[in-house]
Design a protein around this ligand. Structure first.
Ligand code: SAH
Ligand code: SF4
Ligand code: F3S
Length: 480
């Protein structure tokens, strides 16, 4: 995530975002692996980091079934879209993409097309009626069944498995890292969500919350370190409610303890996590962050609204004073340099102008480093769709969203400004997009820092003195 501001509803191909149900949100295409396997898989991922992480699990399952990945749609034997349902726009994007894929399929009738992920789960077999070209519909908990389902499709049938599970965590599957820079990786620590925020489709598409075996998480992180990775992001819709117990009941691990276990693997491994729920983030987590230099000082803490009545209607189970207290706890325990970001929804059911002003005043009070901002999009089947009227006109939603964006932009600029004149420890991830003579990386606060390459390379930690803060990133020079 960078310092840029995005409103995903405005963009066709949204940018890389944070997690859980969010963060991370561009379309990602599988890169090519060429190991001489017989069939070629092309996989595109939409939505949050959880989906990208799942695509890596799917690629691993299909690799064992004889599929290499390709980045060329035209040469694919199997095309999979890992889809998102979070807002209506997300689903429209997938439908548009399916119609483009249809024209490829006309030229290559042997190509199989499958839909995975949240939209598959939401629409189930309706997908096959609505989108005739789709051969395969597979929900997020049914990926182990993909080899069987593909065999059915090879036999000329359509195949669907959208069963949700109470215990599937894919703990034993080693993901095939897609689009990887070899430095940063996502690691899923839990699946599903039990929260039932009234606007949100995720509990319906991803099922009940379950935590992955702590040992398998540690092992995956250790393996990543052995392969040269320098940063892991622990993923879940609500990481603070991570809770795992060994079968014999002798071992219990909460999120703070998991964070500590991963941080202790190596001081050279940076640890990030997302998403934190304001009702669940504990002082224990904050103190653990404070004790380990390699746990990044960045917390994605989605508020959704600054007004207590709206938060109640959203079923977020905290009110504004509670949220403010959690922000104060972050500042108290980790100091002002810990970055905080948020998600905000404009124009939720019955939101008045005064209540919208409360969202603006919260942004002003917290001074977020970054935000993902959306206008409310009613999702079929959710509590809000069943119980509340979607009564804010679209033009009002968009105007309120714009006001939120404008204010947040000032706050991000102020945070960028504060970073100038200081030395930051930067983990180099890549060349700068604009120049091969510059490197790009992030500091602990997740701000993008660009500086002249000199003798440094990908994966190095470099101390960089920042001299300029631009809109999206910080510019600086390395110091020895
Ligand atoms: N689990 C995370 C985020 C889940 S979804 C959390 O609880 O914070 C990611 C973001 O999408 C949400 O934080 C919310 O801001 C946004 N979102 C979810 N449903 C939405 C809807 N129906 N309309 C608009 N935005 C929505
Ligand atoms: Fe959705 Fe709420 Fe769960 Fe986040 S915590 S995934 S917003 S239901
Ligand atoms: Fe993620 Fe979208 Fe599903 S945000 S959990 S892919 S609905």
């Amino acid at each position: 995530m960078s310092q840029q501001l995005f409103t995903l509803d405005y963009l066709d191909t949204p940018p890389t975002a944070a997690a859980g149900a969010e963060p991370a949100q561009d379309v990602r295409v599988s890169p090519a692996t060429r190991t001489g396997r017989q069939r070629k898989l092309y996989i595109e991922s939409y939505g949050c980091q959880m989906n990208f992480s799942d695509s890596e699990i799917v690629s691993s399952i299909l690799f064992d079934e004889g599929f290499d990945t390709t980045e060329q749609l035209a040469e694919a034997d199997l095309v999979l879209l890992n889809t998102c349902s979070i807002r209506e726009k997300a689903e429209q994007t997938v439908r548009m993409r399916l119609s483009q894929i249809n024209s490829h399929k006309k030229r290559n009738p042997g190509m199989l097309v499958g839909v995975l992920g949240c939209m598959a789960e939401r629409l189930k077999s309706k997908f096959l009626e609505e989108e005739k070209l789709v051969d395969l519909v597979v929900g997020p908990d049914a990926y182990r069944d993909l080899p069987n389902l593909i065999r059915e499709v090879d036999g000329g049938q359509k195949a669907v498995n959208v069963l949700l599970s109470r215990d599937e965590t894919y703990a034993d599957i080693t993901p095939v890292r897609l689009n990887s820079n070899g430095i940063t990786a996502f690691v899923s620590i839990m699946r599903g969500c039990d929260n039932m925020c009234s606007f949100c489709v995720v509990p319906f598409t991803r099922g009940r919350e379950r935590s992955r075996d702590a040992h398998s998480i540690e092992q995956e992180c250790r393996d990543l370190v052995a392969q040269g990775y320098k940063e892991v992001t622990l993923l879940g819709q609500n990481v603070d409610s991570y809770k795992w117990a060994s079968e014999d009941g002798t071992e219990h691990v909460n999120f703070a303890q998991l964070l500590e276990r991963v941080a202790r693997i190596s001081p050279e491994l940076r640890v990030r996590f997302s998403t934190s729920h304001p009702k669940d983030i504990t002082d224990e987590v904050l103190h653990t962050m404070g004790r380990y230099e390699n746990i990044c000082k960045y917390i994605h803490l989605p508020a959704q609204s600054g007004n207590s009545r709206i938060l109640k209607l959203m079923n977020r189970t905290y009110d504004r004073p509670w949220y403010e207290e959690r922000v104060q706890a972050i500042r108290r325990i980790l100091g002002p340099e810990c970055a905080i970001s948020t998600d905000m929804i404009a124009g939720f059911c019955s939101e008045t102008e005064e209540e919208h002003q409360d969202t603006l005043s919260l942004i002003d009070w917290v001074q977020y480093d970054m935000a993902y901002m959306f206008f409310y999009s009613e999702r079929p089947g959710t509590l809000a769709a069943r119980k509340l009227a979607d009564d804010i006109p679209l033009d009002v939603k968009k105007r309120r969203l714009q006001e939120i964006i404008d204010l947040q932009q000032k706050s991000s600029a102020a945070r960028n400004h504060q970073a100038v004149g200081k030395v930051h420890r930067v983990l180099v991830e890549n060349f700068s997009k604009r120049s091969q003579e510059h490197l790009s990386g992030r500091n602990s606060q997740n701000q993008v820092v660009i500086f002249p390459k000199k003798h440094y390379k990908k994966g190095d930690y470099v101390n960089v003195f920042v001299h300029t803060g631009t809109g999206g990133s910080l510019l600086g020079d390395s110091v020895e």
